[in-house]
Ligand binder design. Sequence first.
Ligand SMILES: [Zn+2]
Ligand SMILES: [Zn+2]
Length: 373
Amino acid sequence: MTISVAERATQMKISRNAVLSVVLVQLLLVTLAAGQVRHEINFPDVLGFKTLKCDFHMHTVFSDGTVWPTVRVDEAWREGLDAIAITDHVEYQPHKQDVPTNFGRSYEIALPVAREKNILLIKSAEITRDTPPGHFNVLYLEDINALNTEDLIQAAKAADAQKAFIFWNHPGWKPEKKGWFDIHTQLYENKLMHGIEVANGDSYYPEAHQWAIEKNLTMLGNTDSHQPNLEPQTTAQNHRTMTLVFARQRNAEAIKEALKEGRTAVWFENQLIGNGKYLEALFKESVKIGKPHHRTKSTVWVIIRNDSAVDIDMERAGTQGPEKLLLPANATTLLRSSIQEGAEQLKLSYVVRNFLTGPDKGLPIELTVDLRP
Ligand SMILES: [Zn+2]
Ligand SMILES: [Zn+2]
C-alpha cells in the first residue's frame, strides 16, 4: 500500500501529537507527585505522648479568608502538620454576597481531602465580639449554628453543652483595649474558657503567657491565616506559628483530651513556649550528647546532636563549656570544652534562652558528659 505525501504528513502529525500527549501526561504526573510531597517537622515524642503539630485557627472564603477550604488541608499536609481547625467567623461573613452563610460548610468541604491526606480536621468556629471580650475559638463542635446568639455567655454555654474546647484568641490584638476584663473572669470562673492564644501569627503576648501560667489555661499558638500559606515547607527559620500537642494517640479525641489537660507547647518564631515539664522533656529527647571522641589533658571534643526542628540557643549558667552554645535544628554540633585533669565527668549547666517557661524566662538544663575511657 502506497501512502500519499499528504497522508504521510497527517500520520507524522498524529505520531507527533501522540508523543506530545505522552509528554504532557508525564508532566502532569510529575506535577501531581510534586503536589503530594510532605516535609515532616521533627519533634520527638515525650513522656509517653505523641508530639502532634497542630494549627487551631484559620479562615476560608466562608468567612473573611481568601482560600477555598481544601487549600487549608493541602497546606497542612505540605508543611508537615497533624491536625488543623478551620475556624470561620460565626458573626462576621463579609463574603456572604458571593458565598452564602453556611456554618460548618468549610468543614464539610475540607473533610474528604483531610481523610485522603491523613490530616485530622476538627469542626470549629470563631465567636467574634467587639473587644472586650474579643474573639474566642471553639473546637469540637457538632452544631455551629447554636453559637449564633446575642449573648456571649449564652454562646459559650451552647459550646460547652457540646463538650467543646474554648479558647481566647489574640488577647493583645487591640493594644488600646487589651486586658483581662470582668467578662473574662465570668467565662473563666464558669469554666467556659479553657485556653488562650499566647501567640497568634507573628504576635506573641507576654501578658497572655503570664495569665496562662497563673490561671492554668492551655497555651495555644496558631496562624489565624486569612491568606494562602505560601511556605513550601517548615524550617527552623520559616514556619507557621503552631501548637505542639502531647497526645496519647494520633487522633482527634486524644488531642481534645490533651488540650483539656493543658498538654501543649507553642512554637513561635525561634521560641518554644510552655510548661517547663514539657519543654525539658522536649530538650532531653532532642539533644543527645555522646562520649568524647578526642581528649587531651585539659580539653575534650564531643559531638552534640539536636534532633528537633528548632535551633536551640543556650547560654552558660555554670563554669564549664563555651559561653554561648547554639545547636542548629536537625544537625550535629562540635563542642570543645576545657576539663580538669583526670576528671571523670564534665557538667555543663546552661539556660536554653529560647525555651520559655515564662515571659523572658529560659529553661535551665544540665548536660553531663561521661569522660571515663
Ligand atoms: Zn479573631
Ligand atoms: Zn480568626
